[in-house]
Each structure stands twice: as structure tokens, then as C-alpha cells.
Design a protein around this ligand. Sequence first.
Ligand code: ADP
Ligand code: AMP
Length: 217
Amino acid sequence: MRIVLVGPPGAGKGTQAHFIASHLAIPRISTGDIFRYNVANNTDLGVKAKEYMDRGDLVPDEVTVAMVRDRLAESDAKAGFLLDGFPRNLPQADTLKKILAELDQRLTVVLELVVDEDEVVRRLSGRRTCRRCQRVWHVLYEPPTVAGVCDDCGGELFQRDDDKEEVIRHRLEVYSSQTSPLIAFYADEGILVGIDATGPVEEVTARALSALQPYVH
Ligand code: ADP
Ligand code: AMP
């Protein structure tokens, strides 16, 4: 299956991607995680991406698309993938379609996580991410057993630089102006499925898996 997850920052894409990808045994490809890894390791890609990420802007398409093209060409993505955070604007969606066509592939389904803005702000302001395995936690809603330590791998948890209030606000504006048009785009293609992404994480996962069920083959 070739799945795209779409929804505002803080909707729970990374959280749900973790469970969905492991349930379906497909790789989770998060452009945000790949960028953060490159920033942390000070690579050329990281240097190019950092200023945009710090402001909450989208990294330029040529940089992002080249990275995704390389990742999708890796062998583990041949049988399917779950994209988290890509595409993020209409030109990226068009390019993704072309990249997949070159590989004789197309998207199976786009899953939209629907959450209102007050809830995403609450989620983002308490988010903590594992430095080692990238699993996402929340200080109130999904607290790890020991504060600051990932239950899964024992890695150190950190707060993302772009989860500061003023950057959160800007990222929500970027979502609304640049990313939300993807909803109509994929609805027109007939591959959009939306779910209510409020409530406990396990309930959202159950809703996501049952929405995806008709597409599993
Ligand atoms: P996204 O990848 O869409 O930006 P995340 O998966 O990183 O969102 O989730 C943002 C924050 O919200 C994290 O701290 C996560 O633990 C928390 N979270 C995710 N899903 C839920 C949920 N259903 N209820 C409460 N908190 C959630
Ligand atoms: P995320 O982890 O998905 O919240 O992404 C964090 C940041 O990485 C975003 O605010 C952007 O600066 C950058 N980023 C991630 N995915 C993309 C993308 N598809 N296009 C452009 N920038 C992206």
C-alpha cells in the first residue's frame, strides 16, 4: 500500500504513522524526521533546511523533492510506504504523482487526520520526541513512564525548536495556505479518506486502520 497522511501540524501524523506502518509492515517516511536528522548531523541538506524549519516555513521544493525521490527509490519502499509530512503543497503533490508514475506506481489512499486548531496547539506545546527512535510523546496526553526518557528505546526526549508558540502559529498559517488545498486535490482524485483524530491515541489508530481496511490487499 502507498499511503499519504495529511493533517495540520500536531494532528498526530507521526504518532499514528508509527502504529499504522508497523501494523501494515511498510516503511514510514517522515520528511520532517529526515530533515531533523540532517540538521542534527550538520549535513549539506541540514544546513539548507535549518533556516526554513526554524521559522516554520516549508523547505524549498527542489530540496525536499530530491530527498523524497531518493528515499522512494530505496528497496524497502518498493512494496509500499507511508508518507508522513509529504506532500505539503500542490506542486509537491504533482511531482509525487510523476515520481510514482516513473516507478509504475500510484498512491493507494490519502488519510486525513481531522482535529481542530485549539487541540493541535495543546498537542504541540507538550510534544516531546525521542532523539534515538523518533517516537513521539506528550507531557500530559502520552507521558513516558520516566519523564524525559523514551519507553520504547530508552533514548532521551527533547522539545522541538519549532514547537515554540510563535513558530506554531506560523506553521498553522502555512498549513492553511499551502497544505490544506491538498484535501480537495486528493478528494478530486477519489483517494481521500478522512477520520476524526480526536480522543485517545488507540481509538484514533483503530479508526485509521478500519478506514484503511478496504484498501489492504
Ligand atoms: P504531527 O506529526 O501531526 O505533527 P504528532 O504525532 O507529533 O503530530 O503529535 C503531536 C503531539 O500530540 C504529540 O505530543 C503526541 O504525543 C500528541 N498526540 C498525538 N495523538 C494524540 C491523541 N490522540 N490525543 C492526545 N495527544 C495526542
Ligand atoms: P514535521 O516534522 O512534519 O512537522 O516537519 C517539520 C518541518 O520540516 C516543517 O515545518 C518544514 O520546515 C520541514 N518540512 C517537512 N516536510 C516538508 C515538506 N514536505 N516540504 C517542505 N518542508 C518540509
